[in-house]
Ligand binder design. Structure first.
Ligand code: NDP
Length: 334
């Protein structure tokens, strides 16, 4: 018995991309401007490389120029900042995106482990101990600082990811408007709108409070006049709280965490999670599932996003949309 309506992110995203394609060609014909998106990828994480490749392909498909910079794992903040500054000044670039996570933590972590190993194997000397201590402290402090410095450097007019603290701050404030809203949560709200889900006055629960998904999703729902609860790893009775929601957005990263009995009958469920689980039947040896136990949720929710094919395609569509609106704004094109 699958009663829930399937919220088809893939087809909504396709429709949005068609709208963007048409709008880009209208702008090109009128003022000769083609939107440009610069993507900076540091290090060689496979998943990040895949995301960057997909974003590039999506740009090409709608007529956005894409500029890509790949930097080695051990690049300094300074090198990344120089590229950002170049793109900030480049009139052909309307959006700048730094693919997260930045690698410094893992590199430093590897260095620290090898140091601690050395420390155990050799007689410790005072300088070695000092260097190791500095490294350990920097593992906990620096990645955060790095990411902060780098995200702060993107000029807010080109911050198409919406991660600049000024854009997030404006999102949180009444009477202010961010120039850009982070793509994944924006995609979630867009799905609710396009499926005619009433948000105003509804009780919404966001599971997860990350800077890139959970927190901005909660802020956006609040701007839409929902009443919000945020569930996170320290929440007591998450299922009880979640069960009160008319709208659930889950962004945790734990397969099948949200069971059928967490969901109020008739609730709308947006599942942001993308989790690989072993699957011998699949050629890759794994398949992707969300945070929500889909089979159970289908029987109780009124509508639900599948994984894959729900929020994922919307994230990229929103990135293209943010890049287009940036180009329009920077060239004062209505
Ligand atoms: P993070 O790991 O940054 O955040 C996870 C959040 O979940 C944290 O706030 C954490 O709480 C919370 N959490 C962890 N365990 C529990 C628990 N047992 N109960 C309740 N809350 C818990 O992840 P992201 O926000 O970056 O991503 C979340 C998921 O969304 C991932 O699967 C990711 O792959 C996917 N994703 C999908 C995108 C898409 O386009 N569809 C885009 C981005 C992400 P605390 O703060 O207390 O640690």
């Amino acid at each position: 018995d699958t009663s829930a309506k399937i919220i088809d992110g893939k087809s909504v995203a396709k429709k949005i991309r068609d709208e963007i394609t048409a709008e880009i060609s209208r702008m090109k014909d009128a003022i000769g401007v083609v939107p440009g998106l610069a993507v900076i990828l540091v290090g060689d994480r496979k998943d990040s490389a895949t995301y960057v490749r997909n974003k590039k392909k999506a740009c090409v498909s709608v007529g956005i120029n894409s500029y890509e910079v790949r930097l080695p794992e051990d690049s300094s903040d300074q090198e990344v900042l120089e590229y950002i500054s170049g793109f900030n000044d480049d009139p052909a670039v309307h959006g700048i995106l730094v693919q997260l996570p930045l690698p410094s933590n893992s590199v430093k972590y590897a260095m620290t482990s090898s140091r601690i190993k050395l420390w155990k194997d050799l007689n410790p000397n005072p300088i070695g101990i000092m260097k190791t201590t500095v490294l350990i402290v920097s593992v906990f402090l620096c990645q955060h600082m790095n990411e902060q410095n780098i995200l702060n450097a993107v000029c807010i007019e080109k911050d198409v990811d919406g991660f600049h603290p000024l854009n997030i701050g404006r999102l949180a404030m009444r009477g202010r408007d961010p120039l850009f809203v982070p793509c994944t949560p924006k995609g979630c709200i867009e799905l609710l709108h396009r499926y005619g889900v009433d948000i105003k006055g509804k009780k919404a629960v966001v599971i997860g409070r990350s800077n890139i998904v959970g927190m901005p999703a909660a802020l956006l729902l609040q701007r839409e006049d929902a009443t919000i609860s945020i569930v996170h790893s320290r929440t007591k009775n998450p299922e009880e709280i979640t069960r009160q929601a008319d709208i659930i957005i889950s962004a945790v990263g734990k397969p099948n965490m949200v069971r059928g009995n967490w969901i109020k009958p008739g609730a709308v469920v947006i599942d942001v999670g993308i989790n690989p689980v072993e699957d011998a039947k699949s050629a890759r040896g794994y398949r992707l599932v969300g945070d929500v136990c889909y089979e159970e949720a289908c029987k109780i929710a009124s509508a639900i996003t599948p994984v894959p094919g729900g929020v994922g395609p919307m994230t990229i569509a929103m990135l293209l949309s943010n890049t287009l609106s940036s180009a329009k704004r920077l060239h004062n094109f209505k």
